[in-house]
Design a protein around this ligand. Structure first.
Ligand code: PLP
Length: 408
């Protein structure tokens, strides 16, 4: 008899699942914003429940996920390579396409070598768990992405005796205090997002490099929201600060500016070779499929050839940050097209999400653990293909609905 037929006989391990009712309660209150099936994606519009909404909550920063050139590139390789690699990079799943993309990526970010994974999440798991070893210390910004934390948890479970330190967001004094306490000649890795995924601000990378050099630490930089977004030619946080040596290891995902899925880690040839031969999430999981490699390669070509997309995105970021500020929203320290509307109250956050949704605007409500408790926010994010009239309309609606709820 299955558990469903006789719930008295449920194994204790599953009891919590049957008792879980949070999602149903939110659905009944009409305040459930998650897993909304998108029926069609077209430029800045999405279609959900048969309604057209303006997308202001996507990571498709350069609008390339719908670009005809990426679609054609994806289609063009299926005939020759099929739809799956059916194996890991280590064994039967490496294509010449992976290696070509890796050479192009290394050149783009100014590193000696790059290595592709199947997702950005897996890249963090795979690269961080490979470089850290017993006795090492990892020092992480409190606002780092969940995949970085999961990478550290995985490493701790696998290798034991890894010490985790977390410093207050972008607080370089606290980072220095931590570095000072760690014994000399001990492995130390500082890990940070370049652009923080929820707050849209930048890591203090110049000071961080200075500290890393003083205390002989390495820097691991997650550029998921930075490549294609910041820097004069979209080469990310290091380009923004004008110094390509700020990070020892640099990762990025293809699921955002690159309009595809997958990720890569880049660095010196020796470190990348070591990761390639020791990274369990690389060795024990099937590789990135051909169509996605082709789409990412085409996106990289477009980013290099059309820097005007990056410039337009940066112009939109400035417009929306100053627009939201001028109508009274708290946007924290955002300087990118990720603009948080910080509310700090879960109920109001969901109510504000609902009112924007009903007015035809798609955004993402974020509560703990996505952000620290009491920092719930609406994450707005913009694309280079947004038009000024759409953006002005969003600001108008946000002002009206924000005032009704007493948020501004
Ligand atoms: C900062 C950061 N790193 C890594 C990832 C994981 O990338 P992916 O979704 O491509 O697996 C994300 C995804 O949201 C992210 O925001």
């Amino acid at each position: 008899m299955s558990n469903k037929e006789n719930k008295q006989d449920i194994s204790p391990v599953f009891k919590k699942c049957y008792a879980f009712n949070d999602a149903n309660e939110a659905k009944q209150a009409g305040l459930y914003p998650f897993f909304k099936p998108i029926q069609r994606n077209s430029g800045t519009k999405v279609y959900i429940d048969g309604r057209e909404l303006m997308m202001a909550g996507s990571n498709n920063y350069l609008g390339l996920a719908n670009d005809i050139r990426l679609k054609e590139a994806a289609e063009s390789v299926v005939e020759q390579y099929g739809t799956s690699c059916s194996g890991s990079r280590f064994m039967n799943g490496t294509l010449d396409l992976h290696e070509q993309l890796e050479v192009e990526l290394a050149e783009f970010v100014g590193k000696e070598a790059a290595l592709c994974y199947t997702t950005g999440y897996q890249t963090n798991l795979g690269a961080i768990s490979a470089v850290l070893d017993k006795g090492d210390h990892v020092i992480s910004d409190k606002y780092n992405h969940a995949s970085i934390m999961d990478a550290i948890f995985l490493t701790t479970g696998m290798k034991r005796n890894i010490t985790l330190h977390r410093y207050k967001h972008n607080n370089m004094e606290e980072l220095e205090r931590i570095l000072k306490r760690i014994p000399k000649n001990t492995g130390k890795l500082i890990v940070t997002d370049g652009v923080f995924s929820m707050e849209g601000d930048l890591a203090e990378l110049v000071k961080m490099r200075e500290l890393a050099d003083t205390y002989k630490a390495g820097i691991y930089l997650d550029e998921a929201h930075a490549l294609g977004v910041v820097g004069k030619t979209g080469r990310g946080t290091c380009e923004h600060y004008g110094d390509n040596s700020l990070a020892d290891l640099l990762m990025c995902t293809f699921s955002k500016s690159f309009g595809s899925i997958g990720g890569f880690i880049s660095g010196s040839a020796e470190i990348i070779d070591y990761i390639k031969h020791t990274s369990r999430p690389l060795i024990f999981s099937a590789s990135m499929p051909p169509a996605n490699i082709a789409a990412a390669r085409k996106a990289l070509e477009i980013i290099k050839e059309e820097p005007e997309r990056v410039h337009r995105l940066q112009e939109i970021a400035k417009k929306m940050i100053s627009g939201f500020k001028s109508i009274g929203f708290n946007v924290g320290t955002a300087v990118t097209p990720i603009v948080p509307l910080i509310i700090g109250n879960n109920e109001k956050t969901f109510l504000f999400w609902k009112s924007l949704y009903e007015r035809g605007i798609y955004v993402n409500p974020v509560i703990s653990p996505g952000v620290p408790p009491k920092r719930s926010l609406i994450r707005t994010s913009f694309m280079s293909i947004h038009k000024d009239d759409e953006l002005d309309w969003f600001l108008e609606v946000a002002e009206q609905e924000g005032k009704k709820l007493g948020i501004i």
